[in-house]
Ligand binder design. Structure first.
Ligand SMILES: Nc1nc2c(ncn2[C@@H]2O[C@H](COP(=O)(O)OP(=O)(O)OP(=O)(O)O)[C@@H](O)[C@H]2O)c(=O)[nH]1
Length: 489
C-alpha cells in the first residue's frame, strides 16, 4: 500500500560508490568519499592499510594507484565502520590535495577497482535515507543547507536538518496513528465490550486538536518558504523616478541602465541580495505609463504582473514632483498610488497596501531640507499610507534609514528561523498538510454514519504526513493497538 511507499528499509547496496564531495575547481584540500561494502578493500588497495583501522581517525598515508602502485598523492584517510557513518554503510574518506590532476588521478584509480563505481547525484544521501539515518525532511534540510546563501537560510536549514521539523510531523503522525488504532480497535472489538466507552470521544478531541495545530502551522503566511526561496521585492513606479538607480544603489553595482530618458528600462532586471542575512530577489521594472510603443507596453504589462506576485513593492516617487505644501503630500501619494498601481492603493485594502508597499521618495537631494522635514512630519501623521522614506540615490542620504525599514520588513516576511515552532519550508509539505486536514474532515463527516469510512479519513491523513517525513509503517499501528488495549491478554 501507499503507507509502505517510503517505509524504511535496510537496503544495503552491494555496489560501492565514490565521488568528489568537496567543490570543483582548484582548492587546498579536496575530499573524496567512498561508501559501500568494498570501502575497506579500497583503503587496503590505495592506502596500504592492511590492519583493522581505528574508525574516525585521520591517518596520513601515501595514496597509490591500486594497479601500478604509482604514488598519486600523500593525504589523510579516514575510515567509518557501518552503521556509524553518514550512509550507514562502511565508508572511507580521502583528504587529498585539491589540484585537478590529483583529483582526476585518485578518481580514476577508484574507478579501476572492481565493484566500485562513481556515485550518482544524491546517492550518498539516498543511502543515508534508506538506512534510516535521515528522514525526508532532514534530507531536504541538508539540501537547503548546501544551497543556503544567507545567515537566516543557513539557520532555518540547519534546524530542519537537525530534525526539528521532522519531529513535529512525526509527533502528529504518532498521534494520528493512535487515533487510527483506537478507531480500528473500536470497529473490531466494541461489540465484545473489550473497549471502554468514551474511546471515540477521545479520538474526536485528538483529531480536532491535531487539525487546529496543523492549520496553525499552515497559516504562516509562507514565511519559511519565502526564507528558503528568497523574498520577491519589486521596484515599481513612474518613468524617470529613479527605479534603476535604486536597484544599482541596493546591489552596489550598475546592474541596470540609468539615463535621463524616460522609459529606459523596458524589461525586468533581476538581482539577488542579502539584506541583513535574509535573501531577497530584487527586480527593477519598466516605468508605469501609457505608451504607444508596443515594446514599452509589454514592459509595463510585465511590471504590473510582477507587482501582483511580489511580497513587497518599493514604489519609487520622484520627490521633486511632490506638492511643495507638505500638507498636500499624503493625499498626493494616495492618489499617485491609485493611478500608477491601483492594486496597491490604500483604497484597494489599507492593510494590504501598508504591508506590501514601501514608498521611496527619491531625489531628496533636490528637495530643500526644511521642506523635506515638514513633509516627513506630515507623513508620520498619516497612518493610512504605507511607510515612506526620503532617499537620494545620488548622495545616499537616507539610505541607512531606508535599509533599516526594508530589513525589518523582509525579516517580518521571513520570520525568525530560530524562534518558535519550526517553519513550513516547502510547497510539497504544504500540499500534503492541506490534504491531511481535508482527510481529517472526512473523519468528522462519517464519524456517526460509517466508522470504517471515518477511519479511512484518518488513514489518508496519516499517509499524507508519512509522505512528508518518508516514514509510515502499518506495523506501528498494530503495535499501538496491542500496547494500548492489551487485546488477547
Ligand atoms: N538628483 C538626482 N537624480 C537622480 C536620483 N536618482 C536618479 N536620478 C536621475 O533620474 C534619472 C532617471 O533615473 P533612472 O534610475 O533611470 O530612473 P527609472 O525610474 O529607472 O527610469 P525609467 O527606466 O525611465 O523608468 C537619471 O537621470 C538619474 O541620474 C537622485 O537621487 N537624485
Amino acid at each position: 500500500t501507499e503507507a509502505y511507499l517510503y517505509s524504511q528499509s535496510s537496503v544495503c547496496d552491494a555496489e560501492t560508490i565514490f565521488a568528489l564531495s568537496s567543490g570543483h575547481g582548484r582548492c587546498g584540500v579536496a575530499v573524496v568519499r567512498v561508501s559501500g561494502p568494498a570501502s575497506s578493500m579500497v583503503l587496503r588497495n590505495m592506502a596500504g592499510l592492511t590492519q583493522a583501522l581505528p574508525p574516525r581517525t585521520a591517518l596520513l598515508r601515501r595514496i597509490t594507484d591500486p594497479q601500478s602502485k604509482e604514488l598519486l598523492d600523500r593525504g589523510l584517510v579516514l575510515w567509518f565502520k557501518g552503521p556509524h557513518s553518514f550512509t550507514g554503510e562502511d565508508s572511507a574518506e580521502f583528504h587529498i590535495h585539491g589540484g585537478p590532476a590529483v583529483i582526476t588521478a585518485v578518481l580514476q584509480a577508484l574507478g579501476s577497482l572492481e565493484g566500485v563505481r562513481p556515485a550518482e547525484a544524491g546517492e550518498f544521501t539516498r543511502r543515508a535515507f534508506h538506512a534510516g539515518k535521515l528522514g525526508l525532511t532532514e534530507v531536504e534540510g541538508l539540501g537547503d543547507l548546501i544551497h543556503a546563501e544567507t545567515e537566516a537560510q543557513r539557520r532555518q536549514a540547519l534546524r530542519q536538518m537537525d530534525g526539528e521539523l521532522g519531529r513535529l510531523y512525526q509527533d502528529w503522525s504518532y498521534r494520528l496513528k493512535r487515533c487510527l488504532a483506537h478507531v480500528e480497535a473500536f470497529i473490531d472489538f466494541s461489540e465484545d465490550e473489550l473497549i471502554e466507552d468514551g474511546v471515540l470521544n477521545q479520538v474526536d478531541s485528538s483529531v480536532c486538536q491535531l487539525e487546529t495545530e496543523i492549520e496553525r502551522h499552515l497559516k504562516d503566511e509562507r514565511r519559511g518558504e519565502r526564507l528558503r526561496t528568497g523574498v520577491q521585492v519589486v521596484i515599481a513606479g513612474a518613468t524617470n523616478a529613479g527605479k534603476s538607480s535604486l536597484l544599482n544603489t541596493l546591489c552596489q553595482r550598475p546592474a541596470a541602465i540609468v539615463s535621463p530618458i524616460a522609459g529606459t528600462t523596458r524589461d525586468i532586471v533581476e538581482t539577488s541580495l542579502d539584506i541583513g542575512g535574509f535573501p531577497v530577489l530584487l527586480s527593477d521594472t519598466a516605468g508605469l505609463r501609457d505608451s504607444s510603443d508596443s515594446v514599452e507596453r509589454e514592459g509595463v504589462r510585465r511590471a504590473r504582473q510582477r507587482v501582483e506576485q511580489a511580497d513587497l513593492t518599493l514604489v519609487v516617487v520622484d520627490s521633486t514632483q511632490l506638492p511643495p505644501d507638505p500638507q498636500l503630500v499624503p493625499a498626493f501619494l494616495q492618489e499617485h498610488l491609485s493611478t500608477v498601481l491601483p492594486s496597491l492603493s490604500p483604497e484597494a485594502g489599507m492593510k494590504a497596501a501598508s504591508d506590501r508597499v514601501l514608498l521611496v521618495l527619491n531625489k531628496s537631494d533636490l528637495v530643500p531640507e526644511e521642506q523635506r522635514e515638514r513633509t516627513e512630519g506630515e507623513l508620520r501623521e498619516s497612518p493610512g499610507l504605507p511607510p515612506a522614506c526620503f532617499l537620494s540615490c545620488y548622495t545616499s542620504t537616507g539610505l541607512e534609514d531606508f535599509l533599516t525599514v526594508l530589513q525589518s520588513r523582509v525579516k517580518t516576511l521571513c520570520g525568525d528561523p530560530l524562534s518558535g515552532a519550526p517553519s513550513l519550508t516547502q510547497a510539497r509539505h504544504r500540499a500534503h498538510l492541506q490534504q491531511s486536514v481535508q482527510a481529517l474532515n472526512q473523519y468528522h463527516q462519517y464519524r456517526d454514519q460509517d466508522l470504517a469510512l471515518a477511519a479511512e479519513g484518518v488513514r489518508l491523513a496519516l499517509t499524507h504526513l508519512g509522505r512528508i517525513t518518508g516514514r509510515v509503517g502499518a506495523e506501528e499501528i498494530l503495535d499501538i493497538i496491542f500496547r494500548d488495549f492489551c487485546i488477547g491478554k
